[in-house]
Design a binder for this molecule. Structure first.
Ligand SMILES: [Zn+2]
Length: 252
């Protein structure tokens, strides 16, 4: 019906008829248009439970699991990760974990997961029988301007200032929770290759100031102590988010 004439033109009348027919056909067949809703940008946190599988991390010597007076770092980091993940998820934060079970995830894979997530914060969890309280570490790399192509081994360099900001939020939250906390800088290859605000958190026994006469192993296996630390980290992340750190995710 709506054909062009021999010169490739339609008469005006025929054109109007064709337009009308097309409109009617479209009205009859086109489903209601979905108006796209504007979604808030996803706020993502990477939680990296260090060690796992045959990499126990620190241990108490017996290596028979973290119970009955023995301890392995890989169990504490996973327990903290599981707690933190659920606390963050309950606050509407998307969480990417590097492991969910007692498996060994290599360093490059951890960094790949973190960098692919374009996270607003990366939290790396360690634990130690030595020292007391909570130790916060950021990379010892010198701050650098963002480059078009960032070397993998120094991907953290443009993020140092934001990592310092995140460490400050964590420090405040730990103090607010009554936890003993120290801040430091160290060379941690897994952190050095992360392109996100990144802080390594090392849990040590409560110590005398923690009001506990538990042994260091009991202290690290203490689920209440683990919960206090995880809750302080979650509170810090919420504070960090409200401070506007979600602008420019993926950009230093
Ligand atoms: Zn460790």
């Amino acid at each position: 019906m709506c054909m062009e004439d021999g010169d490739g033109r339609r008469s005006r009348a025929m054109g109007l008829i064709c337009l009308g027919m097309a409109w009617m056909a479209a009205s009859a067949q086109t489903p209601p248009v979905q108006v796209p809703t504007v979604q808030a940008p996803r706020y993502t946190v990477v939680v990296d439970a260090a060690h796992g599988g045959d990499d126990t991390g620190g241990h108490s010597g017996t290596q028979s699991g973290s119970q009955n007076g023995s301890w392995m770092e890989k169990d504490t980091t996973l327990a903290l990760s599981v707690r933190l993940r659920s606390l963050l998820a309950a606050r509407g934060i998307a969480v990417v974990t590097t492991r969910e079970t007692d498996t060994n995830v290599d360093r490059v894979r951890r960094d790949e997961l973190a960098n692919h997530a374009k996270a607003q914060a990366c939290i790396i969890l360690h634990a130690s029988l030595s020292g007391t309280g909570v130790h916060l570490f950021i990379s010892s790399l010198a701050p650098a301007q963002p480059a078009r192509i960032e070397p993998w081994s120094t991907a953290q360099a443009p993020w140092i200032n934001r990592s310092l900001g995140l460490a400050g939020a964590l420090n405040s939250a730990m103090q607010h929770a009554g936890l003993s906390v120290t801040l430091g800088r160290t060379a941690l290859p897994v952190v050095d290759s992360m392109a996100c605000p990144a802080v390594a958190i090392e849990m040590s026994p409560k110590g005398a100031s923690g009001g506990s006469d538990h042994s260091p192993i009991d202290s690290l296996n203490d689920t209440d102590y683990q919960a206090r630390i995880a809750e302080a980290v979650a509170a810090a992340i919420v504070e960090w988010r409200s401070a506007g750190s979600d602008t420019g995710a993926g950009q230093p």
